[in-house]
Design a binder for this molecule. Structure first.
Ligand code: ADP
Ligand code: ZN
Length: 745
């Protein structure tokens, strides 16, 4: 029981850094806990103000004689109270400072730039625009054609969306306005939210299966049972349609909804689809908004001007006073894990938030994370499956090609004979081709080109990777072994690191298919997308058929329908299997399943070629068959045997600093601090080892991994380390915590 409370008064960016200490009077001892709103005297005149409790402690950080007392509880049930409570929970669960946690959940106050809200409105009826559109197409004025095509369909589109998502310049818009095809209308956004859309989107009649899910959730909801649901359905199976139905029911009752979508999947079509259905009551945030604009959106939410907020991870912290439903689409995406302190997992935080609000939580995915599916199997979540595609497009035909055989038969090219034949076929028919280069975990990946053998750590059962030192190493435990070209399995001299970027693939492609002349090719990877919007620019260029071939890394497999793509070539499916962590099989399955789903989305049937050195690996076989359930059965067995999440949990304690020796010593000390507790509680300690990217950005890195069946025990370990940290006069390096990390440290 603490005697003092640290309290923040105004929740605004500047003052969060300065909590004030107050004494807790006896009569409030029970009620005071993090997040609670309180009334306190402040300043010379002891004016009563509202504040929020951050922390309860035994130590007075202020002169005892001058400390003031909390007067009572604040009666306003403010939005902030739940968010501050959430921050306190996150601090405890993930390890960070309270300030960092607060800054994560509270909107940052910034000056409001009074921006004009502008809308692009069709100035002619659709029939007339149609001929203008055809004219533009004929003249190859693709940007103009793009706007007109959308205006024919939607009548009006927010200005920002035209510029930001359709990549149309201001000049183009003005030219079209000059010709009388459209007008750009403006109003002061903040005071008069835009007019509602001309034609609200018609509701689809849900299929029996879709309805089944809606009724499942709704019956619980009406009985005040706010549960978590996992909706498992392939892309196009109608999940979004189902979300919209439930969202509209919740909104009709006057409650609010948050829907999370990975930023990359928040396309023009998705935004328009929701706007058509929900008009001005829906709002979107994404990373291209300025801090001021984000704050603006939060203010609108607080004032009740919107019902639905859609956006990436951070949209979860929209300050709604009464949330009835939270939806997390593509819940398996790794962007839902925060990589800055507190390193939280969005699904877990959403569950906590949902419990504060009494809200239902829906997780949707075509390839659920092992965590979620495991919980569904344990009956912690309710599982529901949507099996068929709602709108056209049969699943493509998938061929698995054994690259070892290609090599044996003398084919040293990166294109197998099967893929080569299909590419030629496509080039002749003038259809589009996607070539996917799986580059996840490719740094340091070594395998035998003859037999597919990959060296593994005997202790951790993950792939070893080649370090600058010329040794093969395990990233979890630091196990090292010599590297030789000769394969220990088949003795062929082909144990070589894999090196290929999209550029090499393009060169090889041009050489191999030179007979077809100068084929237009686009490339999409980290290097070609340095500029902020180039990702979408490249994708829209490909969608407009400005190129016949698109070569890319994992970025090309997410979202986006290319109607003319009939062939998807996956050049080396194994690369992600070699990832030096326990999620390798899961990531590979997700990537390949998504990749396979890219072909044949239009009227043309699609074919997929998966090239691999491990054609029998279950991740590859099951993804080719689009069989999630049996993939899960195999994968969970491995997690059980090796005690990896979701069956057990990991805590990576990370030591980062400029001095190598200091980091290492610090890591060693921390190990000593927790050794006894770990032994008693059956927590496995691994390391410390130097990090995978040992000296990144001039910082040395060491990590100490703790493994336990029970997550709460790892939280206890973290707490012990935090206490120790406070006792130190000075820490020689920074210490971070990462629960169930998804990136190799
Ligand atoms: P997902 O979110 O699973 O990818 P969507 O909800 O986007 O699936 O549905 C895919 C396509 O099928 C969309 O074009 C959608 O309009 C259409 N669709 C979904 N449900 C129905 C339905 N009940 N009737 C007709 N069309 C539907
Ligand atoms: Zn190991």
């Amino acid at each position: 029981m603490g005697l003092y409370a640290n309290i923040i008064l105004d929740i605004s960016h500047e003052k969060i850094d300065h909590p004030f200490s107050y004494r807790i009077p006896d009569f409030l001892q029970e009620q005071i806990q993090p997040g609670v709103g309180v009334l306190v005297p402040f300043g010379k005149g002891d004016k009563v103000r509202t504040g929020y409790v951050l922390e309860v402690t035994d130590q007075c950080a202020y002169e005892e004689s001058r400390i003031k007392e909390i007067q009572g509880l604040s009666q306003t049930v403010a939005v902030e109270e739940k968010l501050v409570r959430l921050a306190a929970w996150m601090k405890e669960q993930y390890g960070s400072t309270m300030i960092a946690a607060l800054k994560t959940v509270l909107p940052v106050k910034r000056k409001l730039e009074h921006k004009q809200k502008r809308t692009v409105v069709a100035a002619l009826p659709p029939e007339d625009l149609e001929s203008a559109y055809l004219e533009c197409v004929r003249k190859h004025q693709t940007a103009r054609a793009r706007v007109l095509a959308e205006l024919i369909q939607y009548e009006q589109i927010p200005y920002e969306l035209v510029i930001g998502k359709l990549h149309v310049s201001k000049a183009t818009l003005e030219a079209l306005a000059g010709k009388g095809f459209l007008s750009i209308e403006s109003e002061t956004a903040y005071r008069n939210p835009g007019k509602s859309q001309a034609k609200p989107e018609e509701k689809k009649i849900l299929s029996k299966n879709q309805n089944g899910f809606v009724e499942l959730v709704w019956q619980d909801y009406e009985n005040h049972r706010y549960d978590t649901y996992l909706l498992h359905g392939i892309t196009g199976s109608g999940k979004t349609e189902v979300y919209m139905e439930l969202i509209s029911r919740v909104v009709e009752q006057g409650r609010k909804v948050i829907m999370l979508i990975p930023e990359i999947a928040l396309t023009f079509q998705t935004v328009m689809r929701f706007q058509k259905r929900f008009g001005d009551r829906v709002s979107f945030i994404n990373s291209s908004l300025s801090e001021g604009e984000k704050y603006d959106q939060c203010e609108r939410a607080k004032k009740g001007e919107i019902d639905i907020m859609i956006g990436p991870r951070s949209a979860l912290f929209t300050p709604f006073s009464d949330i009835g439903l939270i939806v997390i689409d593509e819940e398996h995406e790794s962007s839902y894990k925060s990589e800055t302190m507190p390193r939280f997992q969005t699904v877990e935080v959403a569950r906590q938030l949902a419990s504060y609000h009494q809200a239902s939580l829906i997780l949707g995915s075509a390839t659920p994370s092992l965590e979620s599916y495991y919980k569904a199997k344990q009956k912690e979540y309710q599982l529901y499956t949507l099996q068929e595609r709602m709108a056209g497009g049969a699943l493509p035909e998938v061929h698995i090609v054994d690259l070892r055989k290609e090599l044996k038969q003398g084919n040293r090219s990166i294109f197998s004979r099967k893929l080569k034949a299909l590419i030629e076929d496509c080039l002749e028919k003038k259809e589009q081709i996607l070539l996917f280069l799986n580059r996840r975990g490719y740094a340091g990946f070594v395998s035998c080109r003859m037999c597919g053998f990959t060296p593994k750590c005997p202790h951790c059962d993950v792939s070893l990777s080649l370090h600058g030192t010329g040794k093969l190493m395990c990233h979890y435990c630091g196990y090292e072994t010599v590297y030789e070209k000769k394969c220990p399995e088949c003795s062929a001299p082909y144990m070589i690191p894999f090196k290929a970027g999209t550029q090499q693939v393009e060169e090889a492609f041009r050489k191999e298919f030179a007979a077809f002349g100068d084929i237009p090719i686009l490339r999409l990877d980290r290097d070609t997308t340095q500029k902020k919007d180039s990702y979408e620019t490249i994708l829209s260029a490909f969608a407009e058929e400005k190129a016949q071939v698109l070569i890319g890394t994992q970025m090309i497999v997410k979202g986006h329908d290319f109607k003319k793509v009939t062939l998807m070539g996956i050049l080396a499916a194994d690369l992600s299997l070699s990832m030096q962590d326990y999620r390798a099989g899961e990531r590979t399955f997700q990537l390949l399943t998504q990749a396979a789903g890219r072909a044949g989305r239009g009227e043309y049937p699609g074919e997929v070629v998966i090239q691999t050195y491990q054609p029998d690996h279950y991740s590859i076989v099951k993804s080719a068959a689009q069989d999630y359930e049996s993939f899960y059965q195999e994968e969970i067995l491995y997690r059980q045997l090796a005690a990896y999440p979701p069956v057990a949990h990991l805590l990576s304690v990370q030591f980062v600093g400029k001095q190598e020796k200091a980091c290492e010593i610090c890591a060693g000390k921390v190990r000593e601090v927790i050794k006894e507790f770990a032994f008693r509680e059956k927590i496995l300690l691994i390391g410390p080892v130097s990090g995978a990217y040992s000296k990144l950005k001039d910082q040395y890195r060491f990590s100490l991994t703790c493994k336990a069946k029970d997550r709460e025990k790892l939280v206890a370990v973290k707490n012990k380390i935090e206490v120790w940290m406070k006792e130190q006069e000075k820490l020689e390096c920074s210490i971070f915590f990462d629960f169930d990390p998804i990136h190799i440290f």
